[in-house]
Design a protein around this ligand. Structure first.
Ligand code: B12
Ligand code: SF4
Ligand code: SF4
Length: 358
């Protein structure tokens, strides 16, 4: 530069250029789908509020707490105007088993939040300023599927999952809300379920009471993960051999049959050693015999810690009641006599009765 010449500042990147760069960063960081939407009123908040009012959230009281914020996606972090919405595949080709696919490896909240924070840093650097923003994965008062549909990532399946036409639904969702003008994508308007009703028919506990209406109180995912109390007796048989979560309504979906992907071996969601290839009965027996320190060591960094050891023991008892054999009676009697937790004991007694038929 010649002395005395004015410094030519680079023009601020346009909203289109920032969006192009943000998407390139998101894919480079490892996300599988990326879309951008403007924040504003959440289109499906009336459905959400009806669902809450009708008690279909069961004991998930935390969903009601941020209810007013869920009406408008600008409210969780005032000042923000746009969201980069991402999806991360957790694989749908591994055989189904006692633990839902999403929960077999590392906790997705940790993995995705770290990736979204990195995206935030890169977007701020492109914008040439500290951009106000916050990552959301699951836990904030945001209707993530609503936001994802608006960002063009897919449609609401009749099983309520968001489905992408080239990936199916075995992916997590996350969002980075930002105070930054970005070019937006078209919302996904089509409903590609058509006349199919496979998920509704396949649900073992009839939790999908109408297309896109889930009664969480009947859903195995809720019963085995979120519920802290006794599992209603009439729903225990339907749980079958599922110890944590449920993939049935996604397994039967033609979009997953066709488009779900293999997970690479080094994926954080590949099954941890404790779970790899284990059948329901073996895992249930191991869980029932586990001490708290053994549990903490085996499930460090796993989403399964959410159910706590007592929840997993309760689920394991239900599973043994459903798929156990006379060989399991001894173990169940030992746990019945030694287990201090009343709730776990009640399920163990139920299971033993079922195995002995009395
Ligand atoms: C609470 C919750 C649950 C509850 C309730 C599930 C539910 N369907 O509501 C329970 C514990 C049962 C659950 C289970 C599972 N969950 Co969950 N869950 C959530 C959470 C925290 C909130 C969802 C919510 O607001 N539910 C309230 C109801 C009313 O909303 P909804 O079912 O999503 O319905 C929306 C639309 O379908 C639409 N809608 C409703 N009715 C109608 C009617 C019509 C006509 C139309 C057009 C639209 C429409 O409006 C709703 C609000 O946007 C989200 C994360 C988040 N913050 O969003 C994850 C989330 C939805 N869960 C997820 C996953 C992976 C699961 C499981 C697959 C885990 C498993 N394998 O066990 C199962 C799937 C069960 C199922 N069939 O939905 C993913 C879904 C990813 C995807 N591809 O869609 C999310 C987004 C978490 C994440 N960050 O990745 N979950
Ligand atoms: S996750 Fe399982 S129990 Fe829940 S709606 Fe789907 S099939 Fe039914
Ligand atoms: S199984 Fe059929 S109805 Fe259910 S979500 Fe998939 S395409 Fe839609």
């Amino acid at each position: 530069m010649t002395h005395g010449q004015a410094v030519a500042l680079a023009p601020a990147p346009s909203a289109h250029e920032l969006a192009r760069l943000a998407k390139a960063h998101a894919y480079a960081i490892g996300f599988d789908l990326v879309g951008i939407t403007a924040l504003g009123p959440a289109e499906t908040s009336p459905e959400f509020e009806t669902w809450l009012r009708e008690g279909r959230a069961g004991t998930m009281a935390y969903l009601g707490r941020g209810a007013e914020k869920r009406r408008d996606t600008r409210l969780p972090l005032p000042g923000t105007t746009h969201a980069i919405v991402v999806a991360l595949d957790y694989g749908g080709r591994e055989p189904s088993g006692p633990v839902a696919r999403y929960a077999r490896g590392d906790d997705y909240h940790d993995v995705m939040n770290a990736m979204l924070r990195e995206l935030h840093r890169r977007v701020s650097s492109d914008a040439g300023r500290e951009v106000l923003g916050k990552p959301y994965v699951d836990t904030g008062p945001l209707l993530e599927r609503d936001l994802a549909r608006r960002a063009g990532l897919g449609w609401f399946g009749k099983n309520t999952n968001l489905i992408h036409p080239e990936r199916g639904s075995f992916f997590f969702l996350g969002a980075l809300v930002l105070d930054l003008e970005l070019a937006t994508d078209e919302p996904f308007e089509a409903d590609r379920c058509g006349t199919c009703t496979r998920c509704i028919e396949a649900c073992p506990t009839q939790a999908i009471t109408a297309p896109r209406e889930l009664d969480a109180r009947r859903c195995i995912s809720y019963l085995t993960i979120e519920l802290r109390e006794e599992i209603p007796v009439e729903l225990r048989e339907g749980i079958g051999d599922r110890i944590y979560g449920c993939d049935v309504c996604q397994d039967v979906c033609p979009w997953n049959e066709r488009f779900s992907r293999e997970l690479p071996d080094d994926s954080p969601y590949a099954p941890r050693e404790m779970l790899a290839g284990k059948d329901a009965r073996t895992l249930a027996r191991e869980l029932l015999g586990m001490t708290q320190p053994e549990f903490s060591a085996a499930f460090k960094g796993s989403p399964m810690k959410r159910a706590k050891l007592r929840g997993l023991k309760r689920n394991a008892a239900v599973v043994l009641g459903n798929v156990g054999t006379a060989n399991d009676v001894g173990l169940l009697e030992r746990v019945r006599d030694e287990e201090p937790d009343e709730m776990v004991r009640e399920h163990v007694i139920w299971a033993r009765r079922r195995l002995e038929g009395g």
